[in-house]
Design a protein around this ligand. Structure first.
Ligand code: NAP
Length: 296
């Protein structure tokens, strides 16, 4: 990755492992991170762990769960890995039972898990659509719902950080299912923030820019590999580093972010605003993906 260009008067981001928040900010707080065993979810989980949280990693696959748990324990923090399919309300309830038993009621929920793969809309099967929307939007709702119900019943405050994507606002050619689901996630953030604000539950959303990582699925990686140099195409002249999303997540859930709710914070170096009157030449999605003509 290209380093942030050194500009006079403003320091570059610190190296991974540093934090702007006080050590121990999340001491005694149980933080649940869905999809916390891979990529950006793991990076978020590690930033909470560094600041003292007991972290629960929730996803389906054993190898992801192990990777997340091990990385957190290597920092000296307590971790629990729970097999969970966020599409299933019972599985989500069992996740919160296990988390509460191990570390007490989760005070923070990070709804990071999502599914995605590129496919032109005309080729998208009903099953592909349902799967992505079920995981990304319904899964986010079910986890938030479980968290909210438990806090409302107990009369305790909490903080939810959802993870969106900027094609929630722009549309996402080649990603109709994921873009529509993320639009739902951004919208849900606003509704829940108002409904649950009176009970002390904050609900915010983070939108990462392009943050490549080694856990990206083959589909997503080859979609990225098909295009030009990533750094030069960003207004910041670089792609994002995953810990930058972790820093934003810990800030939103920290005492310093207590009055922020219903907000979607974009961490992308202004990339999604990059429009001009003469955009690059239009290349149909099929062509971008190296597919032949649609044959029905
Ligand atoms: P990733 O590595 O593909 O992670 C997805 C995670 O979700 C995996 O850990 C997966 O674990 C989990 N998951 C999938 N289906 C699940 C289910 N049904 N139940 C429970 N867990 C499930 O993705 P990423 O790149 O780190 O992205 C993380 C978040 O950032 C996503 O919300 C994504 O949309 C968003 N985002 C990423 C980028 C980027 O540049 N990376 C850009 C914009 C937005 P299992 O397979 O073990 O279930």
């Amino acid at each position: 990755m290209a380093a942030t260009p050194d500009l006079p008067g403003i320091p570059s981001p610190p190296p991974p492992g540093e934090s702007a928040l006080r050590a121990g900010t999340f001491d005694g707080t149980c933080v649940v991170v869905t999809g916390g065993g891979t990529g950006l979810g793991k990076a978020i989980a590690l930033e909470f762990a560094r600041l003292g949280a007991d972290v629960v990693v929730a996803s389906r696959k054993e190898e992801h769960l192990d990777a997340g748990r091990r990385a957190i324990e290597e920092l000296g923090a307590r971790a629990l890995a729970v097999a969970c399919d966020i599409r299933e309300a019972d599985s989500v309830a069992a996740l919160f039972d296990q988390a509460s038993e191990a570390f007490g009621m989760p005070g923070v929920l990070v709804n990071n898990a999502a599914a995605n793969f590129p496919v032109p809309a005309e080729d998208m099967s009903p099953n592909a659509w349902r799967t992505v929307v079920d995981i990304t939007l319904t899964g986010t709702f079910l986890c938030a719902r479980e968290f909210g119900r438990r806090h409302l019943a107990a009369g305790t405050p909490g903080s939810i950080v959802n993870v969106g994507a900027s094609y929630a606002w722009t549309g996402g050619p080649g990603f109709a299912h994921s873009a529509a689901a993320k639009a739902g996630v951004v919208n849900l953030t606003q509704t829940l923030a108002v409904e649950w604000g009176p009970y002390g539950i904050q609900v915010n959303c983070l939108v990462p820019g392009l943050m490549p990582h080694e856990d990206m699925t083959g589909d997503i990686r080859s979609n990225l590999d098909r295009t030009h140099d990533k750094d030069a195409c960003q207004p910041a002249l670089r792609v994002g580093e995953r810990q930058e999303l972790g820093w934003a997540a810990t800030f939103l859930a920290s005492p310093y972010g207590r009055f922020i709710s219903g907000h979607t914070l974009v961490v992308d170096g202004a990339n999604w605003h990059r429009r001009s009157l003469t955009n690059p030449t239009v290349v149909p999605v099929r062509e971008q993906m190296g597919l032949g003509p649609f044959e029905g």
